[in-house]
Design a protein around this ligand. Sequence first.
Ligand code: NAD
Ligand code: TYD
Length: 371
Amino acid sequence: MITGGAGFIGSHVVRLFVTKYPEYRIVNVDKLTYAGNLRSLTDIEGAPNYVFEKADIVNFEAMRELFARYDISGVIHLAAESHVDRSIADPFLFARTNVMGTLCLLQAAKEYWESRPEQYENKLFYHISTDEVYGTLELTHPEGVELPCAASGAGAHPAYGTDFFSETTKYCPHSPYSASKASADHFVRAYHDTYGLPTIVTNCSNNYGPYQFPEKLIPLFINNIRSRKPLPVYGKGENVRDWLYVEDHASAIDVVFHRGKVAETYNIGGFNEWKNIDIVKLLIRTVDRLLGRPEGADDDLITYVTDRPGHDMRYAIDASKLLRELGWAPAHRFEEGVEKTVAWYLAHQDWVDAVTDGAYVAYYEHMYTNR
Ligand code: NAD
Ligand code: TYD
């Protein structure tokens, strides 16, 4: 069972598992909220080892029924409300989906697996989480500092501090989104420690790539540059995020699902910190070049707007445990991943139009006023 398989990361995970593992039956469970769209999976929807089930993970009876009907032996749980700005506007929804939804799935898995003769043997509940649960790091080196050499193989971009989130960093979430994910992570661990449910948690850095709903920084800005709309940069654009190409996240999930140790936590990231403003400039250059516009033609779209409340300054993941213990490393360098992503969005305006469909209005338009 892959939950949230019609969303951004989930669609890549579903595609990878359906194509790579014909011997598995993949059940994609998704409510199809504004963020979920089956248009992201048209290439595999007819595969014989793939089933889609439209269901709400908060519906406990529906989850119990799905576990029994499909004799589920493994769960990769991605379904969630995932956008920080929306969580500021509607925290209740985030508690409902991310906390109660995870709890319903945990309990359904527990009850079903305990009812089987082989109980928890060869079972796994794998929960996908975020680095945002760790809170924020300081921007101690605004000019950038060389990465420790153990990390530098993954990418040459400098770090903006010398501390990183590791698997033992204390949880300290700041946004309603990260608080709800942290709560879900705690429930997952509690189900392992209390009932023995075989669980794994991974905490990943910011993802980018094809099929990301155009409300998150990278796809929103590609879309706006293409149609020459303002680019609302929060605050001074100095905030730092650590970016990973979505297919690299999917490959890490594959590795952890098959070789990860039960009860462990692994951080997933690419040692790839970028200031928001530098990404915005890279996106402008890339979109303009691919559209044949003169250099600098869209620089004036950058618009500094009121900062996001509680805006975390810097995220930076130490992913060396995953490299050391399971041999995973990302395959894409950022500039290459951004080029692929921009090219994909420019070639798939039909997908952008279909998923936005007039129903979506950028949240910042409601929440923040221009300076
Ligand atoms: P997304 O918002 O693109 O997709 C979420 C999916 O969950 C959608 O298909 C939606 O329809 C589905 N969903 C929402 N509520 C549901 C419900 N009640 N029942 C069933 N389905 C429901 O999210 P994403 O960016 O693909 O993130 C997937 C997971 O990875 C989330 O758990 C998120 O916290 C985590 N994560 C995301 C990132 C990132 O950068 N996007 C980074 C680290 C971790
Ligand atoms: P986002 O893609 O929402 O991911 P997250 O908040 O989970 O890290 O935002 C990435 C960074 O970009 C974050 O520092 C907020 C900033 N941002 C803007 O400056 N303007 C925007 O319109 C958006 C959506 C984000």
